[in-house]
Design a protein. Structure first.
Length: 289
């Protein structure tokens, strides 16, 4: 034995995660094209990046995922739905499936007051949530004919690179609003624009951004609703809606899962040791493809 061999770095715990996309939209030869990626549990290095985590820091999330995806896949090339699923699974792989959070019941018990009871809820990731997978027939681009304008829209699903541009656009809108510059909120239109591939069979790849935005903003509301519903129909991923029932008044609430600062912290038992569920080393979640 060499000197201080007992201080060699600890081997990482890794699991294979089945992607909601099943790899269907990715180019041939891409690691994620197999429908699975290998995810390692976070170490102290990755955990330190979450020291100031507030639930909306996409840059930190991307950095941590990039470190923990073993194939070296660029997280911005992943479908947004796959990336978010990996984010959820990273928590389960690192700390176990249980996630406990507190919430105050907002149920109105009179005209002037709400219940306000402090509840504690525990969910299990991913078992307590529905995961929607793509099928082999779900090939991009998808198509929808809009009911009012009768325009045929060909579209694709969002990638991480799209989310970066969407975040940038939103930041620019906020900056203009802060500066007192008026104008319509174009966040939704910009998001839809990132997904359109063609209109009536004509590719929009080189179309000026402003011209495309003007086209989308001119669509009747019914067309926009139809387009968004069709996007939702084809979008895979984990549904993080939860039903919360107040232990005091019994009122039920439908909420999106709250991401508190404890999301990336281990739950401790009374003895102070981490409570971590056993994690399988083959496929998590579900069975093999």
């Amino acid at each position: 034995m060499g000197d201080f061999d007992f201080l060699e770095p600890i081997p990482k715990t890794v699991v294979t995660v089945r992607l909601p996309s099943r790899g269907v939209p990715y180019p041939e030869g891409a690691p994620q094209g197999s429908g699975k990626l290998t995810l390692s549990a976070m170490t102290m290095v990755e955990e330190s990046l979450f020291a100031n985590f507030r639930g909306d820091n996409s840059e930190i999330i991307d950095k941590v995922l990039q470190r923990c995806i073993q194939e070296g896949t660029d997280v911005n090339s992943l479908l947004s739905a796959d990336k978010f699923f990996l984010f959820m699974m990273l928590r389960a792989v690192t700390y176990g499936s249980e996630y406990t959070f507190n919430w105050n019941c907002p149920n109105p018990v009179s005209l002037r007051e709400v219940c306000g009871h402090k509840n504690t809820t525990t969910v299990h990731i991913p078992d307590d949530f529905k995961v929607k997978y793509l099928s082999d027939e779900d090939k991009e681009p998808f198509k929808v004919t809009l009911p009012e304008s009768q325009k045929e829209i060909s579209f694709r699903l969002l990638r991480g690179m799209d989310e970066l541009q969407i975040d940038k656009h939103s930041a620019e809108l906020k900056a203009r609003q802060k500066a007192g510059v008026g104008g319509a909120d174009t966040s939704t239109a910009f998001r839809l624009a990132r997904q359109i591939v063609a209109v009536d069979g004509n590719a929009i790849k080189d179309a000026p951004e402003q011209k495309l935005m003007s086209f989308i903003l001119s669509l009747p509301s019914r067309d926009v609703q139809t387009f968004r519903e069709k996007i939702g129909f084809y979008t895979p991923g984990i549904n993080t809606d939860v039903t919360l029932v107040c232990a005091d008044c019994g009122a039920a609430h439908e909420w999106d899962l709250p991401f508190t600062a404890d999301f990336f912290r281990a739950k401790l038992s009374d003895t102070g040791s981490a409570v971590v569920d056993e994690v399988r080393s083959d496929v998590l979640p579900g069975d093999e493809l």
